[in-house]
Design a binder for this molecule. Sequence first.
Ligand SMILES: Nc1ncnc2c1ncn2[C@@H]1O[C@H](COP(=O)(O)OP(=O)(O)OP(=O)(O)O)[C@@H](O)[C@H]1O
Length: 572
Amino acid sequence: MVWNRLSGLLRSHGGVLAAVVGLYGLAALAALAPPWMLGRIIDAVRASAAPERIDTMAVIVVGALVCHAVLTLVSVALSIRFGEAVLAELREGFVRAVLRLPLGTVERAGSGDLMARTGRDVGHLSHTVRHSIPVMVVSGVTVVVIFGALTVLHPVLLLAWLPSAVIVWLSTRWYARRAPGGYLRELDTYSELTQGVTDTVEGAHTLEALGRQDRQRRRTDERIGRAYLAERYTLWLRTVWYPTLEFSYLLPTAVTFLAAAYLHAQGELTVGQIATAVFLTVQVVRPVDLLIDQVDSLMMGFTSLRRLIGVEMVEDPAGRTPSDAPGTPGTVEISGLRFGYTGTEVLHGVDLSLAPGERLAVVGPSGAGKSTLGKLIAGIHTPTSGAVRVGGEDLTGLAPQDRREKAILLSQESHVFRGTVAENLALALDRDEVDRDALWRALAAVDADDWVRSLPDGLDTRVGSGHLALDPAHVQQLALARVVLADPEVLVLDEATSLMDPGSARHLERSLAGVLAGRTVVAIAHRLHTAHDADRVAVVEDGRISELGSHDELLAAGGSYSALWHAWHGDS
Ligand SMILES: Nc1ncnc2c1ncn2[C@@H]1O[C@H](COP(=O)(O)OP(=O)(O)OP(=O)(O)O)[C@@H](O)[C@H]1O
């Protein structure tokens, strides 16, 4: 999959990529001319050739250098554009994939993981794409061209690289086996040290009060000691590996010189060609060094690419369209519903039926599973077993826009996006053109039309980060207005009015109830007046519905709800 995605990306930019490699190839060929010509100039001088011939060759050297510079400039510019385009596509793909991930999947993965992918992994990848890949392409093409030229000069000259290749291979393998563990230990000891120093600074008063300064100092010294040893180890690895590499780069020049001299003695190379061979060998050292240098970064970039593409590989949940023969709109049928987060079951078999337009209040102790039940009704989580049907439709795997028409969950965590009030409301609609009257009607339905009218530019006032800050109650009203616009069959309110003062919350819920007449509402509530106003109340305790009935019935039954109600009212 990663390779497919990568080759797809490269194919879609095939033209630019071919141009980049082609231009680098030409630049590398142009770079061959100076050593080649210098060799010929030496031979010409030795043969006492006419000065004009030597002048011509010198002009060719200058011309080749200019060509090399121009071709390199153009190819670097092209490869940077290529890198940026690939990076932009990967970033867009990643953002698209994250946005279509079901909320449940994001919650399971943890937002920290996604943040690490968007931050650290994109950072690694952009370094690889912007820096390492162009350097590797330039160096790779240059190495191939120069080795080709050495082969043309005399194939035996290539053998001069053999001892170095063996040394580079063995020393790199030695380094690669020890370095990852060494660097990991170095990072760990560094984290431990930083954490210790932070603790010491933050807990300075406590340490002072307990008289533990000496103990803390000793511990910090121990941590510094461990960090020092870890760093000294990786430094030692580098002090062995780098000089070995440097030596193996110098070796071919000497061996080439000896081999070329031997071939000269055999009458197979001229003195000028010896010079050319040595110049070429010196010239190839830097690109070889750069190639080896980039291996680390390339590995890291590839790992990050896999982590980014991995998000795109999460199964597309937006595949299914609603079934052709739906049930009665607005009904909710829950049977044998079980659900758990990462192994711990939270809901242990819930059965519940709601009629169209019914208002159900869900109450119960904290952690009983009320919000989880709400998320399952809204199709955010998929049941472990059992089924949830809204309007006869199982919401699992439904496309987001189809799911939105069936059920919406509104929690207290609403967000104001940077933009106008109108744009914030239009998020609820799939269309681009927005009927402003409809927006005002939705705002009026949630008692928000007055304050929006009083904003400097009304619906066109810019809100959100960097613009006008709205207070939490107004944010919540905008979220409720979005729901009015989205017009779902079933609405799940999870403490949706909790940020308002009780008076306005009750007022809002009443006016909302007027607007939502005919819509099925599941209201998860801490404030029991919501339960009082509802058609039925479900008490959720320990992942089960322990009581279900109207407010009066449950009060008369004298169970948990009745106890909660009396406690809320402060009755003895
Ligand atoms: N994303 C999650 N990952 C793991 N466990 C979770 C997650 N969300 C909730 N839980 C756990 O599931 C259980 C039920 O939580 P839930 O939020 O549904 O209860 P609740 O009745 O709505 O509580 P509250 O009234 O405090 O909001 C709790 O033990 C909670 O810790």
